[in-house]
Ligand binder design. Structure first.
Ligand SMILES: C[S@@+](CC[C@H](N)C(=O)[O-])C[C@H]1O[C@@H](n2cnc3c(N)ncnc32)[C@H](O)[C@@H]1O
Length: 315
């Protein structure tokens, strides 16, 4: 796992961030964070900086915002403001990088999970079946394992597991075995190679099937659930009492982790009890049910369809 470096401030003079990514549930996130003007905030998934720019509007002269993104491309959206710092690193290592900035505790953390529209739309990154390109799918260009590596080296059982759990493919076992057979003739290299086997093995509608296959591979390549578990654990340590955590998820497995962690302080569906059967309450739920996009946002931004926002306060 490659760990990033601290990115110096870069002024934003390139493409408008709305072309890079349109932030989802923007005002709902800002409301959820209940921003204090002199507080210290983290945007764990900076991307195009849409959420960050809105947070900055609510900060006073003493406030601070630290953005994290593991993708080098996000640096071109950095906000030219002395209250803002962008760190190129995986958010799973937040605490370590914040210590280097002299920050031990913060007032709010926002995470808008998954990939940005920019990452999807850049064929050379291999995130989308819509483009010809290498089977890459690494969010951090410094990481070592690509989607092609997963397809060419995982055994059939592991492939079945990721396609079944992350992609919810109904024929995950058949698909996994077909991959293993195919790669013995030719290793997987490009999105066209993957498309060919999807066309051969598809159950139901091809685009939906490929979307599920791509999602599963992307989650595996970037260890997205592992990183989310670390983010949640680190948030508990980092947030001051009264500090807010706001997380937007796009996959039911992610939402379940966030829901359980905010409700019980564990990743399981029940609280962690001590020897006497007591359990320590770490969070107060601000959203009892997840917030989803309204009709207008859904119409304007198709990415918002599956977004779920949950907010909790550290107690
Ligand atoms: C959905 S986009 C965020 C968009 C952003 N909220 C905006 O308004 O433009 C997710 C971003 O988080 C980054 N990301 C995802 N997982 C990450 C992780 N574990 N560590 C650091 N960055 C991550 C991706 O590279 C991507 O740029």
């Amino acid at each position: 796992m490659a760990v990033g470096f601290i990115q110096p401030l870069v002024s934003s003079n390139q493409q408008p961030s709305s072309m890079y990514h349109i932030p989802v549930l923007l005002h709902e996130c800002i409301d959820g964070l209940a921003i204090q003007p002199d507080g210290v905030y983290i945007d764990a998934t900076f991307g195009g900086g849409g959420h960050s720019r809105e947070i900055m509007k609510h900060l006073g002269a003493e406030g601070r915002l630290i953005g994290f993104d593991q993708d080098a491309d996000a640096a071109k959206n950095a906000i030219d403001d002395e209250r803002f710092t962008l760190i190129r690193a995986n958010f799973r290592h937040m605490r370590r990088f914040l210590r280097l900035e002299g920050i031990a505790q913060v007032d709010g953390i926002l995470a808008d999970l998954g990939v940005s529209s920019h990452q999807f739309d850049e064929g050379s990154r291999g995130f989308s079946y819509r483009f010809e390109g290498p089977l890459d799918m690494r969010m951090s260009q410094g990481d070592s394992t690509t989607a092609a590596d997963v397809l060419n080296t995982y055994d059939a059982e592991d492939l079945q597991k990721i396609f079944s759990e992350y992609g919810e493919l109904r024929n995950a076992k058949t698909f996994a075995h077909a991959i293993v057979a195919k790669r013995m003739q030719n290793p997987f290299r490009t999105t066209a190679d993957l498309r060919a086997i999807c066309e051969q093995e598809v159950k139901g509608e091809l685009h939906r099937y490929m979307a599920q296959v791509y999602q599963a591979l992307r989650m595996e390549v970037n260890d997205e659930l592992g990183a989310l578990r670390d983010l949640l654990t680190e948030s508990k340590e980092l947030l001051k009492p009264g500090g807010r955590l706001a997380v937007i998820t796009f996959h039911s497995l992610e939402d379940r982790l966030v829901k359980n962690y905010m409700k019980h302080g564990t990743f399981e569906d029940e609280p962690e009890k001590d020897f006497f059967g007591n359990f320590e309450k770490h969070w107060k739920l601000i959203t009892k049910k997840p917030i989803t996009a309204g009709a207008e946002e859904s119409k304007k931004n198709s990415r918002s369809h599956s977004a779920k926002l949950r907010v909790a306060e550290r107690v």
